[in-house]
Ligand binder design. Structure first.
Ligand code: ASP
Ligand code: MG
Length: 409
C-alpha cells in the first residue's frame, strides 16, 4: 500500500462532469489499495475571474485582501469534489489550507510554504477517507490567508507529498506529460518519458507552463519523483526525477520560448565603474527582475547596455531607466516589445561542446538575427524578433534530433 498525492489543475475540474471524473479517478486509486490525498486548483477561469473583480475595484489592491478573494476559488472546487466522491459511494473530507496548517511566510500573492502540520490529514486517511485539500493557499503565522502565486497548486501538491512522505506525487493536467516543446507551435513535438529536475526547472523558468517553478524546486530539493499526467487519458505521462547517465547522451531535451519579455537599450553609457550597479540597483530596488544582459565593447569611453525585463514591468522599468540614464549622462533609451526568447535545454550540454555554436548556425540558416545571448551549464537562450519564434523553435527541434525518439544505448 502506498500513499499517493494527486494534484488536479483547473481544466481537470473545469466543470461538474470533469469533477465527477476526478472523483472516479481518486476512488479508483484508493480501490487499488492506496491512501489518497487530492489537491485541487480552482475551476478553470475562476482565478482570472476573481482577479478581474478585484481590478474593477482597485488598480493597486491590498495584496492581503486580494489573497482573501483569490483563495475562494479553491474552496468551491474542494467542496464539490468531496461531494462528488461521496455521491459515488466514497468517503471524503475537504480541507482548506489553514485547516491542515499549511503555514507560509507573509508575502501575500507569492507566499512560500514554511511548514505543514499534516496531523488532520493523517487522521482522515486512517478513517479511509480520500482527503481533498485546497491548492494555492495557506496561512501565515498571524493567521492571515495567503496564496502561493499563479499555478501554486502544483507546489501545494509537492509540499504535501514531502510532508506526508508520500510514495508518489502525480500532477494531473490537460496534456499527457512534458513535451520536447510546445506542440501548438511545433507539430513534431514529442512527449518525454523522463526528464531531470534540473532540466524541468530550466524549462519551467524559460516559459514552459506545465509546472510551477517552485514546485519543481521543492521536488528537486526533497527528491520527490513527480509524474505529470493527463486527467483525461491513461497515458503513463512523464516522470520528473533525478538525473542519470542515460540522460547525458541527449544533447538537447527540450526547447522553450517566452514572449513575455521586452528589451531595453541604453545607448552611450559612460564606461566607468559603478554605472551598471546604479542601473540594475534601481531596478532591483523596485523588484523588477532583469533577465538577459549584454554590454558592448567600450568605444571612446562609452558602451551600449541592453537587457530584458518582463513585459508587464516595462512601463515602470522604462521610467526608472530613463531617470538613471539622465543622472549618469547616458544617451537615448530605446525599448522593444517585439522580441522573444528561444532556449534549448539539456544536461548533455555539460559534457559536449559546440551546442551553442550549432544553435547560432541553425538560426542564421533561417535568416534569424540574434539580438542577445545567455548561457548556463545546461541551457542556451537567444533573444530574437518575435515574428520568428515558431520558425526558430521548429528549426531547432529538427536540428537537435528531437523530431525522432532518442536511440537508447
Ligand atoms: N488557481 C490558481 C491559479 O489559477 C492556482 C493554480 O491553478 O494552481 O493560478
Ligand atoms: Mg496549473
Amino acid at each position: 500500500m502506498a500513499l499517493i498525492v494527486q494534484k488536479y489543475g483547473g481544466t481537470s475540474v473545469g466543470d461538474v462532469d470533469r469533477i465527477k471524473n476526478v472523483a472516479r479517478r481518486s476512488i479508483a486509486a484508493q480501490a487499488a489499495g492506496h491512501d489518497v490525498v487530492v489537491v485541487v486548483s480552482a475551476m478553470s477561469g475562476e482565478t482570472n475571474r476573481l482577479l478581474k473583480l478585484v481590478s474593477q475595484i482597485s488598480d493597486r489592491p491590498s495584496e492581503r485582501e486580494q489573497d482573501v478573494v483569490l483563495a475562494t476559488g479553491e474552496q468551491v472546487s474542494i467542496g464539490l469534489l468531496a461531494l462528488a466522491i461521496q455521491a459515488q459511494g466514497g468517503k471524503a473530507t475537504s480541507f482548506l489550507g489553514h485547516q491542515v496548517r499549511i503555514t507560509t511566510d507573509s508575502t501575500f500573492s507569492k507566499a512560500r510554504i514554511k511548514h505543514i502540520d499534516a496531523e488532520r490529514i493523517v487522521e482522515a486517511l486512517k478513517q479511509k477517507h480520500i482527503v481533498v485539500v485546497a491548492g494555492f493557499q495557506g496561512q501565515d503565522e498571524q493567521g492571515n490567508i495567503t496564496t502561493l502565486g499563479r499555478g501554486g497548486s502544483d507546489t501545494t501538491g509537492v509540499a504535501l507529498a514531502v510532508a506526508l512522505k508520500a510514495d508518489a506525487c502525480e500532477i494531473y493536467t490537460d496534456v499527457n506529460g512534458v513535451y520536447t516543446t510546445d506542440p501548438n507551435v511545433c507539430p513534431a513535438a514529442r512527449k518525454l518519458d523522463r526528464i531531470s529536475y534540473e532540466e524541468m526547472l530550466e524549462l519551467a523558468s524559460l516559459g514552459a507552463k506545465v509546472l510551477q517553478i517552485r514546485s519543481v524546486e521543492f521536488a528537486m530539493k526533497y527528491k520527490v519523483p513527480l509524474w505529470v499526467k493527463s486527467s483525461f487519458t491513461d497515458d503513463p505521462g512523464t516522470l520528473v526525477c533525478e538525473e542519470d547517465k542515460s540522460m547525458e547522451n541527449v544533447l538537447v531535451s527540450g526547447i522553450a520560448y517566452d514572449k513575455n519579455e521586452a528589451k531595453i537599450d541604453i545607448n552611450g553609457v559612460p564606461d566607468t565603474p559603478g554605472v551598471a550597479a546604479k542601473i540594475f540597483g534601481a531596478l532591483s530596488e523596485r523588484n523588477i527582475g532583469v533577465d538577459l544582459i549584454v554590454q558592448t565593447a567600450s568605444h571612446q569611453g562609452r558602451t551600449d547596455l541592453t537587457f530584458t525585463v518582463g513585459k508587464t514591468d516595462l512601463p515602470h522599468a522604462r521610467e526608472l531607466v530613463e531617470r538613471v540614464a539622465k543622472e549618469i549622462n547616458a544617451g537615448a533609451v530605446e525599448t522593444d516589445v517585439e522580441v522573444s526568447k528561444v532556449s534549448i535545454v539539456g544536461v548533455g550540454m555539460r559534457n559536449h561542446s559546440g551546442v551553442a555554436a550549432k544553435m547560432f548556425q541553425v538560426l542564421s540558416g533561417e535568416g534569424i538575427n540574434i539580438q542577445l545571448i545567455a548561457t548556463s551549464e545546461i541551457k542556451v537562450s537567444c533573444l530574437i524578433h518575435a515574428k520568428y519564434t515558431e520558425l526558430a523553435v521548429r528549426a531547432l527541434h529538427t536540428a537537435f534530433g528531437l523530431d525522432q525518439p532518442p536511440v537508447e544505448g
